[in-house]
Ligand binder design. Structure first.
Ligand code: ADE
Ligand code: ZN
Length: 325
């Protein structure tokens, strides 16, 4: 292990943008497919990895939702989340705010209770090891507002175990404003609000996430840099951006990591954080995102410390936990 790798792994930090379904490694996909008797269109984990060549978000989402069909039982969701949480804890992560997509599972007949029970068990096991975890329920933006409302209602029995709501899936053509009323209802339940915006979608979607949905953090936010007034708003209000460099590279949001806007975001005074998004698909967990971005953008140890500190500040953890950096 290099010195920088050790330095990054020892930095106290939070991961604020990770989809639990995006931590499904091909080996686990095969194991669960066998256990649950789900046919796969691949003959080996290596073949799955070879299929992971994406040129845009939708290419990825098509394979991503197909792969998730192997997740069926409470035990599957527990095993998935538990493996991820153990792995990132070993990389110095102190706090995780983890997305999950109920509609990707209920839509194929998996009860929400099974998803929640499995995830909650993994969260409780992490707490026993002093890793703090919050769950963020995401609405799929390619589905309707009515379906989002049905999902929020179905989740009410689990209200105490849910930190917030988010918005994910295909961005282009699915503006945040369509979900105004369901985000209002979530806020009335006391849930924290975040949304993916500005990954592929225009700066206008980031404005809508802020001004129509009232989000407290923007997931990705890359394209906000195209709009100087928006940059000023994000800077002035200290709105965190949960940036995902390796995801951006693999989905063609940036042509190469050297062109990634992360360093510029820091120079502009934005509260940028580094995250892994869907690490099983994009070639690296949180520490690799720090390290590969540092190499490509020539980030200093001080920059890395700032990014780690930003992540704890941007988290929704109670203040005592956020101050441990
Ligand atoms: N779901 C999982 N990863 C996503 C991403 N990067 N953008 C939108 N939806 C997602
Ligand atoms: Zn994401």
């Amino acid at each position: 292990m290099t010195d920088l790798s050790e330095f990054v792994r020892e930095l106290p930090k939070a991961e604020l943008h990770v989809h639990v379904e995006g931590t499904l490694e091909p080996e686990t996909m095969f194991e669960l497919a066998r256990r649950n008797r789900v046919p796969l269109p691949y003959t080996s984990p290596a073949e799955v990895r070879r299929a992971y060549r994406f040129s845009k978000l939708q290419d990825f989402l098509d394979l991503y939702y197909a792969g998730q069909q192997v997740l069926r039982t409470e035990e599957d969701f527990f095993a998935l989340a538990d493996a991820y949480l153990r792995r990132v804890q070993a990389d110095g992560v102190r706090r995780v705010e983890m997305f999950f997509d109920p509609q990707a599972h209920t839509g194929r007949g998996v009860p929400l209770g099974a998803v929640m029970a499995g995830l909650q068990r993994a969260v409780d096991a992490a707490a026993e090891r002093s890793l703090s975890v919050g769950l963020i329920l995401c609405f799929l933006r390619h589905l309707s507002e009515r379906e989002a409302f049905e999902t929020l209602e179905a989740a009410e029995p689990f209200r105490d175990r849910i930190l917030g709501v988010g918005l994910d899936s295909s961005e282009a053509g699915h503006p945040p404003a369509r979900f105004k009323r369901v985000f209002e209802a979530a806020r009335e339940l006391g849930l924290r609000l975040v949304a993916h915006a500005g990954e592929e979608g225009p700066p206008e979607y980031v404005w809508q996430a802020l001004d129509v949905l009232g989000v407290e953090r923007v997931d990705h936010g890359n394209r906000a840099l195209e709009d100087a007034a928006l940059v000023e708003r994000l800077r002035r209000d200290r709105i965190p951006l949960t940036v995902c460099p390796l995801s951006n590279l693999e989905l063609g949001v940036v042509p190469d990591l050297a062109a990634h806007p992360l360093k510029r975001m820091l120079e502009l005074g934005l509260l940028a954080t580094v995250n892994s998004d869907d690490p099983a698909y994009f070639g690296g967990y949180l520490a690799e995102n720090y390290l590969r971005t540092a190499a490509a953008l020539d980030l200093s140890p001080e920059d890395l410390r700032t990014l780690a500190r930003n992540s704890l500040q941007a988290s929704f953890a109670p203040p005592a936990e956020g101050e441990t950096a």
